[in-house]
Design a protein around this ligand. Structure first.
Ligand SMILES: *Cc1c(COP(=O)(O)O)cnc(C)c1O
Length: 390
């Protein structure tokens, strides 16, 4: 592409922004600048690059591409989603007040409660309850509001635009962990959020072969702070992983479309299955967050949770019998994954608390891949039938 204009579509951006041909030799694919340092012509006279912890051309390409997809003022990519989070929390002053969703990613909850608990005043609330959240924002006046939507594994939906309006009134900073949606389905900045955070490990890379995190913001001062912190603390993304993710990003649109197409078919299949008690998928009309999601996003994604009939025994029989779905944590790759939240991703939550919020032994979470959907349905069907056979 010779000239990039503002009005180009999503897939054109993801393929071309940050992907201009190499100025030296015309290579259409970006080079992996595997270098730690850069030669200087004279002391402090250089081409803008001094050390890879601070700058790397391959990493800058990824930041440029992702920033254009989210529509921010800048992007910082990091070594993982969790290190991106730690930079955000390090940027807050001692005693800062944070209001966080009560159903966030386990690692997010762990960082708030075991690493930053002495520095920050953190309170948790069910952010899918808009009224209660807005009341709490007005009463607590948090410096930072941290929401994740939809959540994991119960796929609860928060109303980003309503929370953003309340956040703006008290001049708070609203951050949305948008990992499950990607900028293809959800653009928090355009809904009024200040910052978006991603675990690029999931859909953004999409091939389960790299870890990465990203912070995209509309607040330039905040981004400057994050850059300084990254340079000081060091959790930067390697040139190779930057390249891998930049490559993955090119197919984000067609992957997300296919993840969703498969997920919709699988959700309706599961909903009509005799061996299934309940299906949780925001694309189903039966889902409590369906309407809010329809208002704020352009799609529902590829994650499904459902309750099998029975308990731990049936659940384990089902998992053992699956052939195409692999039993693994994580999500968002081209291959379908399955997991049991009660014993895997959410095992650290005490059983009583876990069950009170709906994470029962029979709860199964699917990360629907982009394989042939009929193959996936047949695989689930035979495993569900087997789970209830005595
Ligand atoms: C995986 C995940 C994270 C953490 O990202 P890592 O890349 O594993 O460090 C944060 N938030 C959500 C919603 C996630 O799914």
């Amino acid at each position: 592409m010779k000239k990039i204009t503002k009005d180009i579509g999503f897939a054109t951006k993801s393929i071309h922004v940050g992907n201009s041909p190499d100025k030296i030799n015309g290579s259409i694919a970006p080079a992996i600048y595997a270098t730690s340092t850069y030669v200087q012509e004279a002391p402090a006279k250089h081409l803008g690059f001094e050390y890879t912890r601070t700058h790397n051309p391959t990493r800058s390409r990824l930041e440029e591409c992702l920033n254009s997809l989210e529509g921010g003022k800048g992007c910082v990519v990091t070594s993982s989603g969790m290190s991106a989070m730690s930079l955000v929390l390090h940027s807050l002053p001692e005693g800062a007040k944070v209001l966080c969703g009560d159903d966030v990613y386990g690692g997010t909850y762990r960082q708030f409660t075991t690493i930053f608990h002495n520095k920050l005043d953190v309170q948790f609330i069910e952010t899918s309850n808009t009224k209660a959240t807005i009341a709490k924002i007005n009463e607590f006046k948090p410096d930072l509001i941290w929401i994740e939507t939809p959540t994991n594994p119960l796929l609860k939906v928060s109303d980003i635009s309503a929370i953003a309006t309340a956040s703006k009134k008290i001049k708070s900073h609203l951050l949305v962990d948008s990992t499950f949606m990607t900028p293809y389905f959800q653009k928090p900045l355009s809904l009024g959020a200040d910052t978006v955070l991603h675990s690029m490990t999931k859909y953004i890379n999409g091939h389960s072969d790299a870890l990465g995190g990203a912070i995209i913001s509309n607040n330039s001062k905040f981004l400057e702070k994050i850059r300084t912190l990254q340079n000081s603390l060091g959790p930067c993304l390697s040139p190779f992983d930057s390249w891998v993710i930049l490559r993955g990003l090119k197919t984000l649109e067609i992957r997300m479309e296919k993840h969703q197409e498969n997920a919709k078919k699988i959700a309706s299949f599961l909903e009509s299955h005799k061996g299934v008690k309940k299906v949780i998928y925001p694309g189903l009309k039966s889902h409590s967050g369906h309407r809010v999601m329809k208002k704020n996003t352009t799609g529902f994604g590829g994650m499904i949770s459902f309750y099998l009939k029975g308990g731990m025994k049936e659940s384990n029989r089902f998992l053992k019998k699956l052939n195409i779905f692999s039993l693994a944590e994580s999500l968002g790759g081209v291959e379908s994954l399955v997991e049991q939240p009660a014993t895997m991703t959410h095992a650290s939550i005490p059983k009583k608390v876990r069950e009170s919020i709906g994470i029962e032994d029979s709860l199964i979470r699917l990360s629907v891949g982009i394989e042939n959907v009929q193959d996936l349905i047949s695989d689930l069907d035979q495993a569900i039938k087997f789970s209830t056979k005595s």
